[in-house]
Design a protein around this ligand. Structure first.
Ligand code: URA
Length: 437
């Protein structure tokens, strides 16, 4: 007979757990026979002692098997992309319809904002009526009819993760490699897709602040996916500055619509290149996994054509309609806009990117507590990026807001997030650092 306290003790003392012990814990936690405090204690012991690869794999497996695996009919290749999260990371909104336009089905299960990072579901909910709580049957129907779908985990998908994630969020056990691997991979494996591309971010706006720790996370997730017989690869990408030109829910959706519009002039004017580069790089890997392209160059050509011909935009609109959303013109707009002036003349050397995410929360665009309602209209536009020259008084970015007191606090946070120095910045990071497969 296994006693939960003995298992906690074994991990506390640095021993590797067996598959049976891990399964016992996850099954009991999911069905409620094992209380939250024992799961929280085990999670904290894992944070301190870590897990070897086999334990991480068993934990992932137990979490996948806590629920159902999507019973797809035989059909086209299905692939998904998962990002570990960042500031202004709206890639999914462009990538899912774009890849679907290339004939690869994308049944994407996404999450909400977590800490300072924005969540794809929150962004999509800024479209009035858009439903992110599809049932398993609806997820399968929308994917089958449109080619893509973006929704939250259904109650059947990895219920252990849903419960454990909520517990980790309030017990300081989010930032722990084996727990992150099992959490992300259990949801993706339960989707029962053929191929998965991971965007593992590093930097001041990512969970993993260093390149080394994010590379370790990427390797572990790829390995778990492969042990499941899936085709998986990961790109390690830079998150030391916001991705794209907008931060905040409705603003980010509008930015994606502009890109999906495919107007080269609009794209050049706004300077969308980092967002498009990451989107194309990840989407290209999905096409390669699916066998729809032989090389990154060939995949990019296909993707560019689909975007320019409006096929990705048509898929996006079909997905919005299938998930109950109204046309894009109905996105909310904030009452006020004002520029946040730079405090000094010089060059942007660094951006404390998480701080920008917290500034969106300060404006009301994210949650301080789980029950908070989101003001979808607020956020920031046209941020200065690392290496940009700025004059004192010139806008660091444009703030969209509805509440003056909140705006004052958010402005202070934005100014603090920027490091401006007189000499040009030299250490610019590559946007796409490495590939793991
Ligand atoms: N995203 C998840 O789904 N789980 C984690 O643990 C971290 C990021």
């Amino acid at each position: 007979m296994l006693l939960p306290a003995q298992i906690i003790q074994r991990k506390r003392d640095g021993h590797a757990l067996t598959e049976e012990e891990i399964r016992f814990f996850i099954t009991g936690f999911t069905d409620g026979s094992l209380p939250d405090y024992q799961m929280a204690a085990l999670a904290m012991a894992i944070c301190f002692r870590g897990m070897n690869f086999d334990e991480t794999l068993w934990l992932t497996r137990a979490m996948v098997e806590s629920g159902e695996v999507v019973p797809w009919p035989t059909g086209p290749y299905r692939a998904d992309k998962h990002s570990t999260g960042g500031i202004g990371d709206k890639v999914s909104l462009i990538l899912a319809p774009l890849v679907a336009a290339c004939g690869v089905e994308v049944p994407m299960i996404s999450g909400r904002g977590l800490g300072p990072t924005g969540g794809t579901l929150d962004k999509l909910e800024s479209i009035p009526g858009f439903r992110t709580n599809l049932s398993l049957r609806e997820l399968m129907c929308v994917t089958g009819s449109v080619g893509c779908c973006i929704t939250g985990a259904t109650p059947e998908i990895a219920p252990a993760d849903k419960k454990l994630y909520a517990l980790r969020d309030v017990t300081a056990t989010v930032s722990c490699l084996p727990l992150i691997v099992a959490s992300i991979m259990s949801k993706k494996l339960a989707e029962n897709i053929d191929g998965l591309v991971l965007d593992v971010k590093w930097g001041s706006g990512a969970f993993m602040r260093t390149r080394e720790s994010s590379a370790e996370l990427a390797r572990a997730m790829v390995e778990v996916g492969k042990r499941y017989g899936k085709k998986v690869c990961a790109l390690q990408t830079d998150m030391n500055q916001p991705l794209g030109q907008c931060i905040g829910n409705a603003l980010e959706v509008r930015e994606c619509l502009e890109i999906l519009e495919g107007s080269v002039a609009a794209l050049a004017k706004r300077g969308h290149s980092d967002l498009l580069d990451v989107t194309f790089a990840l989407a290209a890997e999905m096409l390669i996994l699916a066998g729809a392209a032989k090389s990154v160059a060939a995949a990019r050509e296909i993707l560019q054509k689909k975007l320019a011909r409006g096929e990705a935009r048509a898929k996006f609109e079909a997905m919005v309609a299938a998930q109950g959303g109204e046309p894009a013109a109905s996105l909310p707009v904030a009452k006020h806009q004002r520029a946040i002036p730079a405090a000094a003349t010089g060059y942007v050397h660094a951006i404390e990117c998480n701080q920008l995410g917290y500034a969106v929360i300060a404006l009301g665009g994210g949650r301080r507590v789980a029950s908070d309602a989101i003001d979808f209209a607020v956020g920031f536009e046209l941020p200065k990026k690392i290496g940009d020259a700025v004059q004192r008084g010139e806008p660091l970015m444009i703030m969209h807001y509805n509440d003056t007191a909140r705006a004052t606090e958010a402005e202070r946070m934005v100014r603090q997030a920027y490091t401006i120095a007189p000499e040009p910045a030299r250490d610019r990071q590559p946007l796409i650092v490495a590939k793991f497969d």
